[in-house]
Write a protein that binds this ligand. Structure first.
Ligand SMILES: NC(=O)c1ccc[n+]([C@@H]2O[C@H](COP(=O)([O-])OP(=O)(O)OC[C@H]3O[C@@H](n4cnc5c(N)ncnc54)[C@H](O)[C@@H]3O)[C@@H](O)[C@H]2O)c1
Length: 259
């Protein structure tokens, strides 16, 4: 399997890491099905994919909906002529002490981060089997899937859950030529961290930007991650060089968590 000529679906592709993954896979020669909550928000990513000489379709959908994910993989096949790589990237984060997490926040985080990945795995595996070939299923985890940090316990527990899901799905789907792996970024400068930094500032009285800077200070390689740092590793997971790897969630964090 090579990435060139393959079709990949990326969830949460309107911005940040998802957009960078889509553009990187396009530069590797894949056509892209792009999914996010609002179809129009995907226009920028679509233009960037097309600038790499590849085709892109945009799909409005919510990863909390199994029907939306099934319909998305159907659209990839119908409009792009195949389906080979599923990137379950969409996710949310938030700040709050374990003692203060509300039932609504708990449900929303687990629905998007865990249920969303589970439905993505289900939709992709069913389509690969229907098409009669294997494929690559990839999901976003985090450093917070390997270690926990104060005030992000809810986020961390969703990402630990995704690691468990990845391991079980890998064991079940290996016999069908389907690999399941994750990528665990550290501190990436995206809209997600802008929001986390603001929430930390509100909660602790820290200045805006100070929490992000504090976390970056602890990174071995001395800088925050770019979305492209992560996308390069996802390209490896999506391509043939990772064919003999499954059930893994390696850290791509510049040296924050050591395992
Ligand atoms: N930014 C970081 O430092 C960091 C670190 C580790 C892991 N991650 C993980 O990487 C992934 C991408 O993060 P990011 O920083 O690019 O985030 P981001 O907030 O910049 O982008 C996330 C995208 O997902 C979309 N999305 C959210 N909920 C959705 C839903 N229910 N259905 C469909 N789309 C939805 C958003 O609209 C947005 O376009 C997430 O799973 C995140 O947990 C990020």
């Amino acid at each position: 399997m090579t990435i060139k000529g393959k079709v990949a679906l990326v969830t949460g592709a309107a911005q940040g890491i998802g957009q960078a993954i889509a553009v990187r896979l396009a530069s590797d020669g894949a056509d892209l099905a792009l999914l996010d909550l609002t179809k129009d928000d995907l226009d920028e990513t679509k233009a960037k994919v097309e600038a790499e000489g590849q085709r892109a379709i945009t799909l409005g959908g919510d990863v909390r909906s199994k029907a939306d994910l099934e319909s998305a993989v159907d659209s990839a096949v119908a409009e792009l002529g195949g389906f080979d790589i599923m990137i379950n990237n969409a996710g949310i984060a938030g700040v709050g002490a374990v003692e203060t997490i509300s039932e609504a926040d708990f449900d929303r985080s687990f629905d998007i981060n865990v249920k969303g990945v589970m439905f993505g795995i289900q939709a992709a595996a069913a389509k690969f089997k229907e098409l009669g070939h294997g494929g690559k299923i990839i999901a976003a985890t985090s450093i917070a899937a390997h270690d926990s940090f104060p005030m992000t316990g809810l986020y961390s527990s969703t990402k630990f859950a995704v690691r468990g899901l990845i391991q079980a799905a890998a064991k079940e789907l290996g016999a069908f030529g389907i690999t399941v792996n994750g990528y665990s970024p550290g501190i990436v400068g995206t809209g997600m961290w802008e929001q986390l930094d603001r929430e930390f500032a509100e909660l602790t009285g820290a200045e805006v930007g100070a929490t992000f800077a504090k976390y970056v200070e602890g990174i071995t390689l001395g800088r925050a991650s770019t979305p492209e740092d992560v996308a390069g590793f996802v390209s490896y997971l999506a391509g043939p060089d990772s064919d003999y790897m499954t059930g893994q969630t390696p850290l791509i964090d510049g040296g924050i968590v050591f395992r």
